[in-house]
Design a protein around this ligand. Structure first.
Ligand code: PBG
Length: 337
């Protein structure tokens, strides 16, 4: 009986052996967050001299075109490889189709040009949608029943995409969840001579309540109804794979899952199934929850931020779009990631 106990002790697997010191833990660490994994979203607003904090997103600002070059320069200096731009036009410029979105002198077009002038190799990705530009706040023109007209939207997406590329965008990110949108954008880009501009598709985008604060930031809340007729039901993951497959067939170069934290299972499935460059969007609500809890002293801001990003990486994301990009890059640079 005594012998058996000794044997048991000798052969026991002890997982804690490799957790004993910091260096051991670093040696067996499976996933590491790099600054290269991060993409910083920026909200660019009409007007001059504006830098206005979004009340529901502490630390996130709407900035006017004249200030965005500087912001982008600072982001590049941190080693972050890319920004994702959202444009917010003047209220009076919005109409039923969102035509101000393809104005060559529009907010996004001027912002892209300014960022390209002020940075060396920062990848400028533009979000391609209509909800910030329509007077009703939906992601495309409406039919007589007040539902977004898919095919009409496709035509307009092609026009807007070409105007972003003409302004110098390095990558286009259609986010409206219209059927056939990647195909329409690819065709328009190729037709206008932008065959080398890649598409990052919001392939599996769920109708999530976590986008709430963003709609303040981008002034894009729907005036009536919701987005459940075009964005995905959060209950579905097989459908997400089908959505991604369609976008891949249509020529998406990078596929995105959104939101990230609530859909880590989908991120993993998409990465395993397609093996393509996969992005995940840690959305406004995920950001604001952490900010609010940290401001209350209920959570450790930096620790929770880094853990949330690492979890997205561990789920299989190659790229993370996050409002924390700047903060995380600073922590990584200190070697404390
Ligand atoms: C535009 C768009 C949205 C987000 C990114 N692109 C809002 C929406 O679909 O309502 C959300 C991003 C976030 O919450 O951080 N269609």
């Amino acid at each position: 009986m005594e012998d058996m106990t000794d044997d048991w002790f000798e052969s026991m697997v002890r997982m804690r052996r490799l957790r004993r010191t910091g260096s051991l833990r670093r040696m067996v660490r499976e996933n590491v967050l790099h600054t290269d994994d991060l993409i910083q979203p920026l909200f660019v607003i009409a007007g001059r001299g504006v830098k206005k904090e979004v009340p529901s997103m502490p630390g996130v600002h709407q900035v006017s075109v004249d200030k965005v070059g500087r912001e982008a320069k600072a982001i590049e200096a941190l080693g972050i490889p890319a920004v994702l731009l959202f444009g917010i036009p003047q209220d009076g410029d919005k109409d039923a189709v969102g035509s101000v979105s393809w104005d060559p002198k529009g907010v996004i077009q001027r912002a892209v040009a300014s960022i390209k002038r002020n940075t060396e190799d920062l990848c400028v990705i533009t979000d391609l949608c209509f909800c910030e530009y329509t007077d009703h706040g939906h992601c495309g023109p409406l039919d007589e029943d007040g539902i977004v007209d898919n095919d009409e939207t496709l035509l307009n997406l092609g026009i807007q995409a070409a105007s972003h590329a003409a302004a110098g965008a390095d990558m286009i990110a259609p986010s409206g969840m219209m059927d056939g949108m990647v195909d329409a954008v690819r065709e328009s880009l190729d037709l206008h001579g932008y065959e080398d501009v890649p598409i990052m598709s919001y392939a599996a985008k769920f109708a999530s309540a976590f986008y709430g604060p963003f709609r303040d930031a981008a002034d894009s809340a729907p005036a009536f109804g919701d987005r459940h007729t075009y964005q995905m039901d959060p209950a579905n993951s097989e459908e997400a794979l089908r959505e991604v497959e369609l976008d891949v067939d249509e020529g998406a170069d990078i596929v995105m899952v959104k939101p990230a934290g609530p859909c880590l299972d989908v991120v993993r499935q998409v990465k395993d199934e397609f093996g393509l460059p996969t992005a995940a969007y840690q959305v406004s609500g995920e950001y604001s929850m952490i900010k609010a809890a940290a401001e209350n002293g209920w959570l450790n801001h930096d620790a929770v931020m880094m853990e949330s990003l690492l979890a997205i990486k561990r789920a299989g994301a190659d790229m993370i779009i996050t409002y924390f990009a700047r903060d995380a890059a600073k922590i990584i640079a200190k070697g404390k990631g």
